[in-house]
Structures are given as C-alpha cells and as structure tokens.
Design a binder for this molecule. Structure first.
Ligand code: HEM
Length: 203
C-alpha cells in the first residue's frame, strides 16, 4: 500500500515529525542493546459509524484536535500538512478543550506521552480487510513496552474523561470507533541477527 494512502478513517498516518526516531526506539544498554520491542494490535474499526454519525469537522477534531477543525487546518486526508500533523499547543490544551469543546482529539491526547517533544513510539500501522472486515494492524516499535503502555494511557485520556462532557469512549478521540481484538509484544533482534534478507537483498 502506498505510504500516501489514507487509513480507512480518511486521514494519513505516520507524519515523519510525529514519529520516534530509530535511535529513540533502540535499546541502548544491557543484554538486549541494539534490539527493540514491537507491539502489534489487531484493531477492528467501525467506519460506517465514523462517517455517518459525524460531520467532517467533527472527524477532524476527533482525529487531530478541535483547533484543527475550527481553523480548517486539514485538507483532504492531510496532504497539506507536509511532514507534521502541526499539533503545536494542542496537547497542552487537552483538558481545556474537554471542558470548553466537549471533545478531545486522538493525536492531541496521544502526543501528551512525548518526551523532549518526541513521540515514544514509531508507528507502522496499515489497513486490513482480513475476514472481510475493516480493520487496522497497529504495529509500533519502542525501546520498552512501557513506552507503548504510557502512550496508550495518554490516548485513553482517563483523567480527561473524568472532568468534562468527554466520556470514556464518546467524544474521546477515536475510541468509540475502534476496538482492540488481540495484542502481542515481541523482542526484535538487530537486522544483522535476523534470518531474513533486506528488501533489496543486501546485508
Ligand atoms: C484505529 C486506529 C488508529 C488510527 C486510525 C490512528 C490514526 C492516527 C492519525 C491519523 C494520527 C495523526 C497523524 C500522525 O501523526 O501520524 C495519529 C497519531 C498518533 N497516534 Fe494513532 N491511530 C490509531 C491507533 C493508535 C494507537 C492504538 C496508538 C497507540 C497508543 C496510537 C498512537 C498515536 C500517536 C503516538 C500519534 C502521534 C502523536 C504525536 O504527534 O505525538 N494510535 N493516529
């Protein structure tokens, strides 16, 4: 699939500046130095509800941030955004947006897990039609599975949900339109220790 292709929910994912670097996700010391961890979730999507229930403006707000919707920052699948989703101060406004807008965005919440302005995880998700159902194989690399857990907790927005019209699922990013069916966590050796060749056959 083309890297430019939008996900089933209509937007591009994986802007370069919204990803951890390979260095950031490589284990730096100890017996597993040079390796990384991989998290894989099989996620079921509900695109029908996503497209029928919400307006485009609501979808932009729920995927990115309410400011992206009110300032019309996203064209189409986000082609105009270049190499960054342009969150700026959206993450810092999450709780205020919950109170004043009654909804918070998926990217804005998830970005609260950043360290030194870098996301902790390197995402490699792609669409799936396995079993004739809309889905997403969510694949991420991170130095420690705890980095995935911290990011997923930020995405859950638990504390946000407690103090506003935002529910545990409703108006809480994209939580209402997705459900995780299975998860796995793996340790990935460096390429030099893997059995498979590189895509172009080199070492
Ligand atoms: C239904 C599944 C999902 C869809 C359709 C989806 C889609 C998106 C989109 C469109 C963006 C904004 C563009 C970008 O920065 O790449 C984004 C950002 C992000 N998503 Fe997801 N996502 C999904 C699930 C997840 C899951 C399970 C996690 C893990 C906790 C996650 C973590 C993130 C992170 C960390 C960001 C970037 C935040 C930052 O800029 O710091 N997403 N996602």
């Amino acid at each position: 699939m083309s890297e430019e292709a939008p996900l089933f929910m209509g937007f591009k994912s994986g802007f370069r500046k919204n990803q951890a670097s390979e260095d950031r996700v490589t284990i730096s010391r100890g017996p597993f130095a040079g390796r990384t961890t991989q998290h894989v979730s099989r996620i079921r999507l509900n695109p029908q509800q996503w497209y029928e229930q919400d307006t485009r403006e609501q979808r932009v707000a729920k995927m990115f941030c309410p400011a992206h919707a009110s300032e019309d920052r996203v064209e189409g699948a986000g082609e105009n955004l270049g190499d960054s989703s342009g969150l700026e101060d959206c993450p810092a406004h999450t709780e205020e947006d919950a109170r004043t807008e009654g909804l918070v965005g998926h990217s804005q919440k998830s970005a609260r897990a950043r360290e030194d302005d870098s996301p902790l995880i390197l995402r490699r998700d792609f669409n799936s039609t396995d079993d004739d159902r809309a889905g997403l194989h969510f694949v991420s690399l991170q130095r420690s599975i705890e980095d995935f857990v911290a990011t997923r907790e930020a995405m859950n927005g638990g504390s946000v949900a407690e103090e506003s019209a935002v529910g545990r699922q409703t108006n809480n990013g994209i939580l209402q339109y997705m459900s995780v069916e299975r998860r796995g966590n793996y340790l990935v050796p460096p390429r030099s220790a893997r059995a498979l060749p590189t895509p172009d056959g080199g070492a």
